[in-house]
Ligand binder design. Structure first.
Ligand code: DX5
Ligand code: ZN
Length: 215
């Protein structure tokens, strides 16, 4: 599956870019929320997500790069999130958070930074709908893919199979036409793509090209 990252969209023409994603082969909208505390950048928040939701015809995959994410689950549900991911590094009570997200009717995701071992997910994997594995340090679009992620994907896949879980693996950061095939071969189910899609001369075609590789 392909999830274009709205972070790289043209915010002056957000309606146009949302329509482009609607009319493309993309599967989800990837929506990055940054608070300037968990990550050294601030992106956008609830009012923008609400606006995207009005027009979006595909699920909103909301990636929270914020501290104390549990304070805002209801707000993100109300804004239109379909999948809500919290960082393992920002969650003291991850199990409780995942249950709370699901109780609100959303799919529950865990995002994990490049330095955090995937073995930490073993005892929570059966409660996790999606792992958003960071393949760059979170905070900015347009960075280069960290190659060690490929090992982490394989290890996570092993854990998922071992535990009989149905968790999807999403790779977030630095995905390009060049590395997409190896990421999928390692075991990824969902590719996030910001810069690769929105800096392309034909974003719709780029989504189709990525989609072909991810099948
Ligand atoms: C980074 C964000 C990513 C970002 C990916 O902190 O979580 O979703 O938008 O952008 P690209 O594909 O440009 O690396
Ligand atoms: Zn993201």
């Amino acid at each position: 599956m392909i999830a274009p990252s709205v972070l790289s969209a043209d915010f002056l023409n957000l309606g146009r870019d949302v329509a482009m994603i609607n009319n493309s082969q993309a599967d989800w909208f990837h929506v990055d929320v940054m608070d300037g505390r968990f990550v050294p950048n601030i992106s956008f928040g609830l009012p923008v997500i609400k606006a995207i939701k009005k027009q979006a015809q595909k699920p909103l995959d909301v990636h929270l790069m914020i501290v104390e994410p549990e304070k805002y689950f209801q707000d993100f549900k109300d804004a239109g999130a379909d999948i809500l991911s919290v960082h393992i590094e920002a969650s003291t009570h991850l199990h409780r958070s995942l249950q709370a997200i699901k109780a609100l009717g959303m799919k529950a995701g865990v995002a994990i930074n490049p330095h955090t071992p995937v073995s930490l997910l073993a005892d929570i994997i059966n409660d996790t709908d999606l792992v958003c594995m960071m393949s760059v340090n979170p905070g900015f679009g347009g960075q280069s893919f960290i190659e060690n992620t490929l090992h982490k994907i394989k290890e996570l896949k092993r854990i998922i199979v071992e535990k009989g879980a149905t968790t999807l693996i999403e790779i977030d950061g630095g995905v390009t036409l060049q590395n997409a095939a190896s990421i999928v071969a390692a075991g990824a189910d969902v590719l996030v793509a910001g810069n690769t899609v929105f800096s392309a001369s034909n974003p719709t075609q780029m989504i189709a090209d990525l989609k072909l590789i991810s099948k």
